[in-house]
Design a protein around this ligand. Structure first.
Ligand SMILES: [Zn+2]
Length: 299
């Protein structure tokens, strides 16, 4: 797992950077931590570690914190949204199966556990999230059934952020919330451009724009945009080409999702995350669209 730190190391590094607060507890009793930096202006958030095996996103989140307050905003970082999955991945040296390391301690894919926007229906696309508990994308028995997703939803509903960037890996892709209104679409085009412009040493992560692949699945991004009315983008750090080259040499799940040397990926992606947040501050919040609601529809 070298050079990737343990959960305790991540939390202690995050606590040193700002005002730390425990907003909930995981299935196995680990703290859910949020860290606020001082500032004036809208709340903007960065989350990472919703999937237990994706440690590079956590490293990028820590680097965003290291860079300090964001001008014109109050920056909050949730460094590890799924601490049980993160700790389990560390405990087995990253050697387990992806479906076991990705989910929470009850085997739920937390990025399929958020309520679908009002009127949206689950689909049968691969990875869409389903009712089979053995699947890598099991959505759980009900929306927000898990302590990790429910505590995060409660915390975000208390003060809906202006923008949220949710760090994952791998694929080197930007996945904006699924929207159909042209002005929302253009907003995300501007945010993705700001991200790419700030990336160095790589072609720049493309936006996943095909509605064939971007469907409503219970993801955090869609819930944030349509229920919280906040700009929300999932960033899949670590490009596909880099991952494939590395995986050919070391074919384990962990080294498919995380670079052997996190430093170059962190150095190019953390400034891009901050640039995307700065671009979001130039936009008004996305307005509520027909049918948007803070109620929690069932699947
Ligand atoms: Zn992920």
């Amino acid at each position: 797992m070298q050079p990737y730190p343990t959960l305790e190391e991540v939390h202690s590094r995050a606590r040193e950077r700002g005002e730390a607060r425990v907003y909930g507890t995981s299935v196995e009793g680990r703290p859910l931590l949020a860290v606020d930096l001082p500032g004036e202006g809208p709340l903007v958030v960065v989350t990472a570690g919703l999937h237990g095996i994706e440690h590079i996103g956590v490293q990028v989140a820590l680097a965003v914190l290291d860079a300090g307050p964001l001008p014109g905003a109050r920056l909050r970082v949730y460094p590890v949204l799924n601490p049980d999955g993160f700790a389990r991945t560390h405990a087995v040296g990253g050697a387990g199966r992806v479906r076991e390391l990705r989910k929470n301690a009850r085997g739920v894919d937390l990025n399929r556990n958020f309520p679908l926007p009002w009127g949206a229906h689950p689909t049968r696309m691969p990875f869409a999230g389903g009712s089979d508990p053995d699947s890598a994308t099991y959505r759980g028995p009900a929306p927000l059934s898990e302590p990790e997703s429910s505590a995060l939803a409660t915390d975000l509903l208390a003060e809906p952020p202006h923008a949220s960037i949710n760090l994952h890996s791998f694929m080197g892709t930007l996945i904006a919330a699924r929207v159909w209104h042209p002005s929302d679409w253009r907003g995300y085009t501007a945010l993705c451009k700001a991200f790419r412009s700030a990336q160095t040493g790589v072609l720049g992560y493309p936006r996943l724009a095909s509605p064939l692949f971007d469907v409503f699945t219970g993801e955090l991004e869609d819930w944030q945009h349509h229920v919280l009315c906040c700009w929300s983008v999932c960033v899949e750090c670590f490009s596909l080409g880099e991952s494939l080259r590395q995986h050919a040499r070391a074919p384990t799940g962990f080294w498919r999702f995380n670079p052997r040397d996190p430093a170059p990926v962190v150095a190019r992606d953390a400034p891009a995350v901050r640039a995307m947040l700065e671009a979001a501050l130039q936009l008004d919040r996305p307005p509520p669209r027909a049918g948007a609601s803070v109620s929690l529809p069932a699947w």
